[in-house]
Design a protein around this ligand. Structure first.
Ligand SMILES: Cc1cc2nc3c(=O)[nH]c(=O)nc-3n(C[C@H](O)[C@H](O)[C@H](O)COP(=O)(O)OP(=O)(O)OC[C@H]3O[C@@H](n4cnc5c(N)ncnc54)[C@H](O)[C@@H]3O)c2cc1C
Length: 401
């Protein structure tokens, strides 16, 4: 019988998304021998969220990557504005945040992940194994001591002091460890599609009412997100015709451009709001979407995943250099990060109503009315979205070339 190839490290992270790559990079910079497993060969996948918030940019400044980040093609949004019926309003204002950068930055997620992976590759203690799928934790004497994986050269066992599952909302490692997240009610789904455009064309960022539309300018196309009631999408010609009619009511110009759109061009994101009760077992920690799948409302998922990674690195790097973390060490990470995730999920549930409500200019939903009447509140929403509660800073000194 063939023996599995074996690698060893201080820490093995499954998933090269925002959480996994940031954690891998920070641990490696702190001198922790780290392997990140990513099942894909590259980061060029479907649209997965392009927003890099001020809190994440602050972390990039902490680790000396902000200039490299800003040298990549990006656009900045200092305020999130919204058109509701015929009224324009500001949802969130980032201009007074106590951060280096006072805007949300839009950048394709693959560019951001390439930046983190590139920075990792400059560290001698960082290894990113692409095309390597983590399958299940290796358990010995009731403790997780590594992960079983499949790579381009066949089966592979990675043995480590700590296994971190950062493999997203459908986490295979979490499932194999019998960790089942609690599902919270979500009233919405999101349809994603591309709309061709001329480079100079513009469109309001958020159009609300009768199914909100969010339009992200990607140069030669708009990436459009259309919020609909959960379970209401029918992936056929009738569904597309109904969607086109709704979109035309909200934006004639967008409606005209999607005449040729077919059901296959539209991707359905079934929004899930989930949370694990316990993010750890002996030798295994779960972070990012795998611990708390977020709704796209507010575009906070990437940034919460990054914050989890920073907290985990701050708390665990000094331990991992010397020994295996105890369950108490892992519980401290959950204690620090569970509240911000739960709080944002609560805000996302409140946001569902205005995102789904039909546009009636005489009856603007209460949260939007409050934002219109009390301008100060826009800075509060800016703070909640842009920085969140309990923002993390990279605590240990990082090596820099
Ligand atoms: C359509 C869409 C739009 C979104 N829009 C936004 C937005 O605008 N702003 C925002 O902040 N958030 C957005 N989000 C949410 C955001 O993408 C996630 O919250 C965030 O990416 C979570 O990061 P993560 O690292 O925890 O997980 P993920 O980004 O899901 O990364 C997991 C990684 O693990 C890899 N992987 C999975 N299983 C395995 C395995 N078994 N072995 C090895 N590798 C594995 C995957 O390939 C992936 O690279 C959006 C999500 C979707 C789906």
């Amino acid at each position: 019988m063939d023996e599995n190839r074996i690698e060893t490290a201080d820490c093995v992270v499954i998933g090269g998304g925002p959480a996994g790559l940031m954690l891998g990079l920070l641990l490696a910079r702190a001198g922790v021998d780290t392997i990140v497993l990513e099942k894909h060969a590259d980061f060029l996948r479907d649209f997965r969220g392009d927003t890099i918030h001020p809190s994440t940019q602050e972390a990039l400044a902490d680790i000396g990557l902000l200039d490299e980040f800003l040298a990549l093609p990006h656009t900045d949004m200092p305020r999130v504005s919204l058109r509701y019926g015929d009224r324009d309003m500001v949802l969130a204002d980032f201009t007074k945040l106590p951060t280096t950068r006072k805007a949300i930055t839009f950048m394709p997620q693959w560019d951001f992940l390439d930046l983190l992976a590139g920075a990792g590759s400059r560290e001698p203690t960082f290894r990113l194994l692409r095309r390597t799928r983590g399958k299940e934790p290796i358990v010995e004497d009731g403790r997780v001591v590594g992960v079983r994986a499949d790579g381009p050269d066949g089966p592979l066992d990675v043995r480590a002091r700590l296994v971190v599952a950062a493999d997203g909302r459908d986490s295979a490692i979490r499932a194999a460890a019998d960790m089942v997240p609690r599902r919270l009610a979500s009233a919405m789904d999101v349809l994603w599609f591309r709309v061709p455009k001329e480079r100079s064309d513009t469109h309001p960022f958020v159009l609300a009412g009768d199914g909100t539309i969010i339009t992200i300018d990607r140069g030669d196309f708009f990436q459009v997100a259309h919020v609909i009631p959960a379970g209401s999408w029918s992936a056929d010609a009738d569904g597309v015709a109904a969607m086109r009619a709704r979109i035309s009511r909200l934006s004639l110009s967008l409606g005209e451009r999607i005449g040729a759109l077919a059901a296959d061009d539209v991707k359905l994101l079934t929004v899930r709001l989930e949370r694990l009760r316990r993010w750890h077992t002996d030798g295994l920690l779960v972070i990012g979407d795998a611990a708390h799948a977020m709704s796209p409302a507010g575009g906070v998922g990437v940034n919460l995943a990054i914050q989890d990674a920073i907290a985990a690195a701050n708390m665990l790097a000094p331990i991992l250099r010397e020994r295996r973390p105890t369950e108490r060490d892992l519980a401290r990470v959950q204690r620090r990060r569970a509240l911000p995730a739960a709080f944002i999920q609560r805000v996302q549930r409140v946001l569902q109503e205005p995102l789904l409500a039909p546009a009636r200019s005489s009856r603007i939903p209460l949260p939007l009315r409050a934002l219109q009447r009390v301008p100060f509140l826009r800075h509060v929403t800016g703070r909640i979205i842009g920085v969140g509660i309990r923002p993390e800073r990279v605590r240990f000194r990082v090596s820099q070339e």
